[in-house]
Design a protein around this ligand. Structure first.
Ligand code: PLP
Length: 443
């Protein structure tokens, strides 16, 4: 009997024993094409010699030193590198161990900033209904996914949720993408005014929505308008790039493509590429300086913040992306993946939408293309597709999300940046087979 507390208690799992490029290998020798990098983690694939060597090298020098006493060379170098690549205005980096720690830190930093500027009445956080920001209680409160939140609701702080920017379902007939983007952003201003602008602390959003929606990009102009609204009312803008950042969409920060800078950005997943658990919260000089001049102490922290071996992994991942021109791969192979998905599913009666940026792609499954009606949640389609694909040797990320109160199914794809053309074809063929087998047996 296994004593590991697994994610799904009722299901024995294969034992992973190896990884090679885009494949994971289990103890029976079966190979799985990693079409989602776990959940958008393994951006370099498995067994990357450069990152492994960098981590080993750091462990040989020093494995751990508490950040209450020391900084370290890899932490300093990683922070410099992130700031050099980040949207303008982000000046400081707080290294953590994952995505939930990054968003939790961001929410607490926003609150402490206003306490230290003498505006403690700013306490409201606004987020979006179709979002996921992590599973710790603050991050979970910010997320809008009802299924993830439901049983923990009594433990969660109050957060306002506005509509997502979700053109497939919320853009009206005859409305341009730009007009829709402005209308969607307007909800933020309406909510700020409803709460009382002087009580609002921050707005948090994923630039390209991942787990809860399946790679939904924003409408053109949406985030520019969001930035304007935040500035008008002195509200901090937190962008959660935990899934879509670190090159996944074709630029190191996804928000570069929307032409804005946040006040706080969160990254994780692809930063360590699975070689070490690491995330980062980046913040503006103004926020940092306010605290530095004030209390001088961010009232937060976890034992492993700034871990040297994790920072060494992050640094080696960013070097690999730059030295090997992997952002170019993401753009070119992302276009190939998009084309392959459109060829396979463009006319599929149960695929309503194909979307995404770079190597961050999603398809949305519908019972009826004309009405966009989702499948009955009782069918548990997402879980069945995940199992069928896995059986066939494909790791992908099907999920159910909430669509205006209704549950719907999508599949998220986030393969390694090194995926090649034949692997893209194999991925799409296995996904197609799994979807057709499941829908054929279920409906
Ligand atoms: N934010 C986003 C956008 C995510 O997709 C996730 C994880 O899927 C998180 C935060 C939480 O990250 P972690 O699971 O590393 O805590």
């Amino acid at each position: 009997m296994s004593h590991v507390f697994p994610r799904h208690c009722h299901k024995p799992l294969p034992t992973v024993v190896g990884g090679e490029g885009c494949y994971l290998i289990d103890s029976t020798g079966k190979r799985y094409l990693d079409g989602s990098g776990g959940a958008a983690v393994s951006c370099l694939g498995h067994g990357d010699a450069g990152v492994i060597a960098a981590v080993k090298d750091q462990l040989d020098k020093v494995a751990f030193a508490h950040t209450g006493f020391f900084t370290s060379e890899p932490a300093e170098a990683l922070a410099d590198r992130l700031i050099a690549a980040a949207p303008a205005g982000l000046d400081r980096v707080y290294l953590v161990s994952g995505g939930s720690e990054a968003t939790e830190s961001a929410i607490k930093l926003a609150r402490q900033y206003f306490v230290e500027t003498g505006a403690p009445e700013r306490r409201h956080l606004i987020a979006r209904r179709q979002s996921y920001h992590g599973n710790t209680l603050g991050a979970l409160a910010a997320g809008g996914n009802q299924w993830r939140r439901a049983q923990f609701a009594p433990l969660l702080v109050e957060v306002s949720h506005i509509a997502p920017c979700y053109a497939y379902r919320l853009q009206e007939a005859g409305e341009s993408a730009e007009a829709y983007g402005l209308r969607a952003a307007q909800e933020l201003e309406d909510e700020i005014l409803r709460l009382g602008a002087e009580t609002v602390m921050a707005f948090i959003a994923e630039p390209v929505v991942g787990a809860t929606a399946g790679a939904v990009p924003p409408a053109p102009g949406y985030f520019r308008k969001i930035r304007e609204i935040c500035d008008r009312y002195g509200v901090l803008l937190i962008l959660d790039e935990v899934m879509c950042g670190m090159g996944r969409t074709g630029t190191l920060f996804a928000s570069e493509q929307d032409g804005i800078s946040p006040d706080i950005a969160c990254v994780a997943k692809g930063l360590g590429a699975g070689y070490q658990p690491i995330g980062a919260m980046l913040c503006s000089g103004e926020i940092y300086d306010t605290i530095a001049r004030g209390s001088g102490f961010f009232q937060h922290g976890h034992t492993y913040i700034g871990h040297p071996a994790a920072a060494a992994a992050g640094l080696a991942v960013l070097s690999a992306i730059e030295d090997r021109g992997l952002l170019h791969n993401v753009q070119a192979r992302g276009a190939l993946l998009d084309a392959a998905l459109r060829a396979a599913f463009g006319d599929h009666p149960h695929v309503g939408d194909i979307r995404g940026r770079g190597l961050f792609r999603g398809i949305e499954l519908v019972a009826d293309r004309a009405t966009k009606a989702p499948f009955d949640p009782a069918l548990g389609l997402a879980g069945k597709i995940k199992s069928a694909a896995f059986e066939a040797g494909l790791i992908c990320y099907p999920m159910s999300g909430t669509i205006d109160g209704q549950r719907g199914d999508h599949v998220l794809l986030a393969p390694p940046f090194i995926i090649d053309e034949s692997q893209i074809e194999a991925l799409v063929a296995m996904l197609h087979g799994a979807i057709d087998a499941v829908i054929g047996n279920t409906t």
